[in-house]
Design a protein around this ligand. Sequence first.
Ligand SMILES: Nc1ccn([C@@H]2O[C@H](COP(=O)(O)OP(=O)(O)OP(=O)(O)O)[C@@H](O)[C@H]2O)c(=O)n1
Ligand SMILES: C[C@](O)(CO)[C@H](O)COP(=O)(O)O
Length: 219
Amino acid sequence: MKKYAIIVAGGSGSRMRSNLPKQFIEIGRLPVLMHTLIRFKEAFADIDLILVLPESQFDFWKELCQKHHFTVAHQLVKGGNSRFQSGKNGLAVIETDGIVAVHDGVRPFVSKDIIRESFEVAQAKGTAVVSVASKDSVRVNGQAIDRQTVRLIQTPQTFQVSIIKKAFETEELSTFTDDASVVEFADFDINLIEGSYENIKITTPEDLEWAEIILKRNA
Ligand SMILES: Nc1ccn([C@@H]2O[C@H](COP(=O)(O)OP(=O)(O)OP(=O)(O)O)[C@@H](O)[C@H]2O)c(=O)n1
Ligand SMILES: C[C@](O)(CO)[C@H](O)COP(=O)(O)O
């Protein structure tokens, strides 16, 4: 089975309010994005890594790779104006069938076990989307609902290549917040698998403090 991971890091990171794009901020002396790429390479030595970045950041990224002697092989692909477009650009360079995980570049703490399980489930069932239970009570439009029915969606979101490619033939809709919503819109079933509360998405400044704590816990 040919394995791919599209690491999307083409966003603007506006909620981080940092001059340095959040994927390049160092945690434990290594840029966030390098931690993420290393996790996937550790899960599968033979995986093809596709890194989606704004084209304007290519040179800076290459400088960072030299500075940190970062040798994990990956293909650089230019980002789009939305996460959907960035994912689509990543998919466009995949030419064989197989299994592909799409993962936020800013989720550096995904475990090898979760990555591997997502590939196994996607191979068997076509799709595998990582999720966790809500630890808080939940209300929708002010109305309390049974939180047992709620799942918080993370990445990786892993698919048979033929399925996700077919799904991305659609026009982009504003309801597409992740790849699972695109694939579901194309009428494929979404299989949820168990994620981890450590698999945070670095979004706002305090997430960087959590990130340092998680990194120390894992050391
Ligand atoms: N045009 C875009 C927008 C988002 N992403 C990626 O999708 C992931 C999840 O998005 P988020 O964390 O929300 O990043 P941003 O969109 O960059 O952040 P913000 O909404 O705060 O601007 C990130 O790795 C981000 O780089 C992308 O590849 N291309
Ligand atoms: C894909 C995702 O990380 C799943 O939780 C999330 O939907 C990304 O959303 P954002 O608006 O780009 O933060």
